[in-house]
Design a protein around this ligand. Sequence first.
Ligand SMILES: *Cc1c(COP(=O)(O)O)cnc(C)c1O
Length: 407
Amino acid sequence: MSRPGWRDRIEAARTQREATSRVRVRRSVTHRDGARCLVDGRSLLNFCGNDYLGLSQHFAVVGALQDAASREGAGGIGSHLVCGHHQVHDALEREVADWLGTPRALLFGSGYLANLAVVQALLGDEDVCVQDRLNHASLIDAARLAGCRLRRYPHGDAEGAIRQLRGMPEGAAMLATDGVFSMDGDIAPLRELALVARVQKALLYVDDAHGIGVVGPDGRGSVAASKLGPNDVPLQLATLGKALGGYGAVVAGDADLIQHLSETARTYIYTTALPPPQAAASLAAVKLARAEHWRRSKLDELVGRFRDRAQRAGLELMDSQTPIQPVICGDDDTALAMAAGLEQAGYWVAAIRPPTVPEGRARLRVTLSALHGVADVDGLVDAMAKARERVRLGLVETARREAVLAR
Ligand SMILES: *Cc1c(COP(=O)(O)O)cnc(C)c1O
């Protein structure tokens, strides 16, 4: 028998990661207070989180979580279809449906699980899922789990999407895209994609994990920002772990589709319901996100300021108007060394390397939050310009590179 041994196999993979400096390390946060984190005994200003609106530590959000926990306990205790479905889940689903202007909404354990649910419940072997090349990993995995055919088109290319759909005229079709792209920060051409979907009788599904709360009128996300509604986009994903500062996700859209998901999606049925305190926290967060427009205005101001200063400092930005502001470094080592230099200066920024992004496009993924101040942003840009100089001159210690957290 020539079956490979498990230990040899993972050892070889590890050696490979080391050789290409793609070892991944976690960092432990000992305390977090607003945009500041205590990491390995050092206070860092966080520019890599997704708490865009700064709601995760809001007193009303934390208060709702504590109240629900003291009344209802910590856990979900069962799946939704058995005994885990709670009134607070209903209230949250209704609030999100009302916010997004959709007939119904359904709560999931996470955005990852929700994406698996949508594709698996609606597509089978004979069907096709057409996706943007830069879609989130969970959408790619969703198509694999569904067993359908997966076809990808070049980033943001509606022509490419229609070509892929035309090539697969049999079977049901879904056109799935991120609303705001997680690594580039740009917004999908949703009006064009809606037209493509209509012509090709494909179901348009928008994963708006990074758009909800942040873009569009009242923070209703990239679908609303594109002036589209549930007729054009029958299903969309809002996650609760990013701008809403909690955990979990909601799929919102057409009532019949939502009903179908609730009775057939494996990642809805065979998993424990989101703990009621988490649902209560998200309910409070959605209310704040809808009402407190100043959080979005502040983000807009910070985005404009960051772009302006970074451009003047000669940093290479991407075409993004959202709080996701990648700074292109090129090769992996430059990205890692710059992240290490920034950490020494007190800034926590994620270096994102292949395979998460294409080869040669390693970057620092800066994310802005309403928790930041203008002085924080100015300080970051200065530190980036300095870090780049130090890297050019070869002054950043390479030994520290391994310690840099990379996604
Ligand atoms: C974060 C993210 C997800 C996964 O959501 P979780 O709730 O963290 O599981 C899905 N899609 C996109 C585009 C994301 O950025």
